[in-house]
Write a protein that binds this ligand. Structure first.
Ligand code: DIG
Ligand code: MN
Ligand code: MN
Length: 388
């Protein structure tokens, strides 16, 4: 039996804002003491994480002086050196400050749009300085409560213009950086533009440097949209665009809960982990989540350990699924192909279309082939519940 202990090769990461979450919510103030970035790095090392990610202002307060900024970065670098924790991803906070209350890149105020670019370039510099190779964009305020005052078409153009500018900035500075766009359907805005990973994939195709831009799907956010997270991840992977991933959990009919990974939907989490492991995803396993408001610091550590432990348990379950003779026999039966119509598969040709159109199908017989999904799914449930 595996010990389910996290190791660097598992590439588990947490944002400063995740284990640093003080339990504040729209209906109550903080319940936990704020931890410094240095304290968070040491906490992550203690629980066995590999990396730490940050928004610019998680690390350097928006009103820090240049001298304060330099000291904070110096201390942070020392903590990274002392612990071996790395920084795979960075991002910009374009949603907390009142300046962004009507969005950042899509704000109707051109001064705010310019400030958002200014802030993001400086945040990119900081991320690169600390070793980030992936840069995430979550447009938390890029949206509306009323569509009376903002053109959805113009907003899309503004978002594209900003990303084109920032891709050029990264290229101009020879940064080894990939951009990952994170979708969310709503909250804090009534409706957020580009609400799902699928929408982001379509948007990327319209950019000047699509090769530099991928997605950072988040489980909670696809669930908020009522979608199957693994399907969104599979589409991104198939398009070569899975540049990062935000793991957590989420009840479908709720605000963004950012729950401990696997704590709400272990079956959905299983199929996600199985997918990532089956395809050999080599990126960070980033837990964008936080402990319950009810918990103190010990609970925060239990939360972080739980995210990684559940991932490793499900990784072992995926290996068991792939090795289970009864499951594999059913999958062979389900995917059986007698090869009788192989001449119609693959690329189009006029002859193929002609003979396929002329082919006599026994439609009634086609409808009689059932699939043993009930049996297969029960074997999966048995596996997940530990009786197989
Ligand atoms: C929220 O899900 C968003 C922000 O926390 C951040 O911009 C991004 C990075 O994972 N996720
Ligand atoms: Mn979230
Ligand atoms: Mn996220």
């Amino acid at each position: 039996m595996t010990d389910f202990q996290p190791k660097p090769e598992h590439k588990f990461t947490f944002g400063l804002w995740t284990v640093g979450n003080t339990g504040a919510d729209p209906f109550g103030k903080a319940v936990r003491k704020a931890l410094s970035p240095v304290e968070i790095v040491h906490l992550l090392a203690e629980v066995g994480a590999w990396g730490v990610n940050f928004h610019d202002n998680d690390l350097v307060p928006i009103d820090a002086t240049p001298a304060q900024r330099d000291q904070i970065v110096k201390d942070f670098k020392q903590a990274l050196k002392d612990t071996g924790i790395v920084v795979p991803m960075a991002t910009t906070n374009l949603f907390s400050d009142p300046a962004f209350r009507d969005g950042a890149f899509t704000s109707n105020d051109p001064k705010v749009r310019a400030y958002a670019l200014h802030k993001t370039m400086r945040a990119i510099d900081l991320g690169v300085e600390l070793g980030a190779k992936t840069y995430v964009f979550w447009g938390g305020r890029e949206g509306t409560e009323t569509d009376a005052g903002k053109s959805a078409l113009e907003s899309g153009k503004r978002f594209a213009e900003a990303l084109n500018f920032l891709c050029e900035y990264a290229l101009d500075n020879q940064y080894d950086l990939k951009f990952a766009l994170e979708a969310k359907p709503n909250e804090p805005r009534g409706d957020i533009y580009l609400p799902t990973t699928g929408a982001m994939l379509g948007f990327i195709a319209t950019l000047d440097h699509p090769e530099m831009v991928g997605v950072n799907p988040e489980m909670a956010h696809e669930h908020m949209a009522g979608l199957n997270f693994m399907h969104a991840v599979a589409q991104a992977w198939g398009a070569g665009k899975l540049f990062h991933i935000d793991l957590n959990d989420q009840n479908y009919a709720r605000y963004d809960q950012d729950l401990r990974f696997g704590s709400q939907n272990p079956k959905a989490a299983f199929f996600l982990v199985k997918f990532l492991e089956d395809v050999g995803y080599a990126g960070s396993r980033h837990f964008d989540a936080h402990a319950y408001r009810t918990d103190n610091l010990d609970g925060v550590k239990a939360f972080a350990r739980g995210c990684m432990r559940t991932y490793l348990i499900l990784k072992e379950k995926a290996a068991q699924f792939n090795a289970d003779p009864d499951i594999q026999a059913l999958l062979a039966q389900i995917n059986a192909d007698d090869g009788s119509l192989v001449q119609f598969s693959g690329k189009y040709s006029a002859d193929k279309a002609k003979s396929l159109k002329a082919y006599e199908f026994d439609r009634v017989a086609l409808g009689q082939r059932g699939q043993p999904y009930e049996q297969l799914d029960q074997l999966t449930i048995d596996l997940l519940l530990g009786v197989r």
